[in-house]
Design a protein around this ligand. Structure first.
Ligand SMILES: [Zn+2]
Length: 302
């Protein structure tokens, strides 16, 4: 296997204990191609989704619970992009975008975040089903880029001073990102009243983190450890085990048949087409699952 393959589709955690900082760096390659291949999006939308998938990987791999899920949604009322959804569960990523291709074509090759979304919102949801916990934060989708909007999210919604950088290479086949955060007193559960954005220990880490270049995030010849080392080689850094990333979706015939089977027969009668099928779409996979009504009703009667 060429060494570059070990440097993509992976996330790496880092802590800088002396500065009460933690971070994640992630890079997607073949996984990105395989998610984008489900759709046929224009380049601008592919880049946006690529950045969002990397951001989702950064957030997802921070979860401590193996069954924890992160869902990222960017939504507007009247934007060129109506809806962007990505999620992460157990190392698996998926995502899709709903957009107006006519209006997108008029927006030119390099539209701003505002021209894509207008007045939009970024919602990030953390689910931890086994503990029956759910946390959602919502902030206005503001800033020049998705990375800036995410940075605002952490400051506004979680009071965590953060650096977020997201990059997609020129070919669109590799995307990378970094998230670095300051933890007040190094304790996550502590009252954050003393968090100060101008804390000197954080200032130092912030300045170092902001020197990361887009090419360092996306160059598969540079390992993620190597990229971290370039940033923090003067610090005492602890790097966690790499987390492999994959494309994944929970849709399949059995699952969808099970969902349809739980509807009341009269509701199913309203959904069925003239050939006796209920068609269920998976937006993530751009795939339609035709479920045969006789199949379900035969099955439940048996
Ligand atoms: Zn699917």
């Amino acid at each position: 296997m060429p060494s570059s393959q070990l440097n993509t589709d992976v996330a790496l955690g880092v802590t800088i204990p002396a500065r009460n900082a933690r971070g994640r760096i992630a890079r997607l390659g073949p996984v990105l191609d395989s998610i984008l291949a489900n759709h046929n999006y224009p380049a601008v939308v592919e880049r946006l989704l690529s950045e969002a998938l990397v951001l989702t990987a950064l957030l997802g791999t921070m979860l401590k619970e193996p069954d924890g899920q992160v869902t990222l949604q960017a939504q507007t009322e009247n934007g060129i992009v109506d809806l962007l959804v990505c999620d992460y569960l157990g190392g698996e990523l998926r995502g899709y975008v709903k957009h107006d291709s006519g209006r997108l074509a008029e927006a030119g090759p390099n539209p701003s975040l505002f021209s894509l979304f207008g007045k939009g919102y970024l919602a990030i949801t953390f689910d931890h089903p086994s503990a029956d916990e759910r946390y959602q934060g919502i902030v206005p989708l503001e800033g020049a880029s998705l990375a800036e909007a995410a940075q605002n999210y952490f400051v506004q919604s979680e009071q965590l001073p953060s650096v977020v950088r997201l990059a997609v290479n020129d070919t669109g086949h590799v995307a990378g990102g970094i998230l670095v955060q300051h933890l007040p007193e190094g304790e996550e559960g502590r009252d954050r009243i003393h968090t100060r954005l101008d804390n000197p220990e954080w200032e130092h880490v912030r300045i170092l983190s902001e020197t990361i270049k887009g090419t360092e995030l996306t160059d598969p010849r540079l390992s993620l450890e190597g990229a971290l080392w370039r940033l923090f080689h003067e610090e005492e850094v602890r790097v966690a085990a790499a987390v492999p990333l994959a494309k994944g979706c929970r849709c399949n015939f059995d699952y969808i048949r099970g969902v349809i089977a739980r509807f009341a027969p009269e509701d199913r009668a309203e959904m069925v087409d003239e050939d006796g099928f209920i068609s269920v779409d998976c937006e993530f996979c751009s795939r339609v699952f035709p479920i045969s009504l006789t199949d379900i009703e035969g099955g439940s009667a048996a």
